[in-house]
Design a protein around this ligand. Structure first.
Ligand SMILES: C[S@@+](CC[C@H](N)C(=O)[O-])C[C@H]1O[C@@H](n2cnc3c(N)ncnc32)[C@H](O)[C@@H]1O
Length: 329
């Protein structure tokens, strides 16, 4: 199949180069139907758009395409994850230097996920577990534990240090390609921690999976095989348009965040400003190798496997993201 082979032969090391995708993805040209039509006409799709049609391809083409997508994503995250998952104020200015000022992650963690005493938080695609630092001191003190799961095993040491520093008990890092579902070790950790409830959380991660992998993982979160029958919920925070709108973000940042914080913490604001350029590049590159799903599509995937979205919040990150909670229908 020439289309998939063409893509395989020109795999870039994403993040290492200054390149934006040739076509800006929109709700119209990035539908699965539109992408599938382009693919059938012989257009060589980049791995991200290809991931959006993976579930529509015949088995042999899908197997080949899956390998291409996995490799591209692995390379992409190996390059970007350390920058993307670092803690604000440490190392070179990074993503979290901006996120700490943005309205989204804090309210998602504290108010939307809102772990209660005895709850275990399982952070899917959690990187170095920076989400743990966004809960209130009371939530961090009383939750039963916090597990971050990420395919990049090199993040383990940093993750465990960040979780420990956040004052959360029972912090764990599990290395797993979540495209293959939950890791079986999670059973042992849940048995040991013995939580009242398991809150699965994904802060900008799960929606980077192709459809079938997304559904497999969401299904695992409610399977007693992994949860030992504990009550669970799945809380997904994702971008409404697949990526931040860099122009709008920059405007909000300069007109709201900078004036409010420049005198209070000038060094932190300067770090954030320095991180924005790279963040914009990340925003473009991320859609090149990852599918860009929209809220209605993820809602459909969840519904198809018997889950129901019982809560939504579209006000986070200046209306650019959406949080949703899914439970069995
Ligand atoms: C956008 S970052 C989000 C990190 C964290 N949730 C946060 O908000 O800071 C995505 C993370 O997902 C991880 N990742 C990407 N694909 C993965 C996969 N198939 N399985 C597990 N982790 C993956 C990357 O290594 C990266 O750390």
């Amino acid at each position: 199949m020439a289309t998939v082979e063409a893509i395989a032969s020109e795999q870039p090391r994403a993040g290492k180069q200054d390149r934006t995708p040739p076509v800006t993805l929109t709700r119209e040209n990035n539908t699965t139907e539109a992408l599938f039509a382009r693919y059938r006409q012989g257009e060589p799709l980049r791995p991200g758009p290809l991931a959006k049609i993976l579930h529509c391809l015949p088995d042999d083409e899908a197997a080949q395409a899956r390998d291409v997508i996995r490799l591209a994503q692995e390379n992409f995250w190996a390059d970007w994850a350390p920058w993307r998952c670092g803690l604000a104020g440490e190392g070179k200015p990074g993503f979290d230097d901006v996120m700490r000022f943005l309205p989204g992650t804090g309210p998602f963690a504290r108010d939307f996920v809102n772990p209660q005493k005895g709850d275990l938080v399982v952070d899917l695609f959690g990187g170095t577990g920076t989400l743990a630092t966004y809960f209130t001191a009371e939530q961090r003190r009383t939750m039963a534990g916090y597990i971050t799961i990420d395919q990049n095993g090199q993040l383990k040491q940093t993750a465990e240090a960040i979780i420990g520093k956040a004052g959360v008990r029972n912090g764990h890092f599990l290395a797993q390609d979540l495209g293959r579902g939950l890791p079986s070790e999670i059973r042992n950790v849940i048995r040991k921690i013995d939580p009242d409830q398991v809150l699965f959380v994904s802060n900008f991660g799960m929606t980077y999976l192709p459809a079938q992998e997304f559904q497999q993982l969401a299904g695992d979160c409610f399977s007693p095989e992994f949860t030992l029958g504990r009550p669970t919920t799945l809380n997904i925070h994702m971008l409404r348009d697949g990526r931040f709108d860099p122009v709008s973000c920059k405007e909000h940042f300069m007109s709201e965040i900078v004036p409010r914080n420049i005198l209070k913490s000038p060094a932190a604001v300067v770090r954030a400003i320095r991180a924005v350029k790279r963040m914009t590049q990340f925003g473009f590159d991320v859609q090149d190798v990852n599918p860009v799903w929209y809220p209605r599509e993820t809602t459909r995937f969840l519904t198809e496997i018997g889950l129901s979205v019982i809560r939504r919040d579209e006000t986070l990150v200046w209306g650019q993201s959406i949080a949703m909670e899914a439970v069995p229908a």
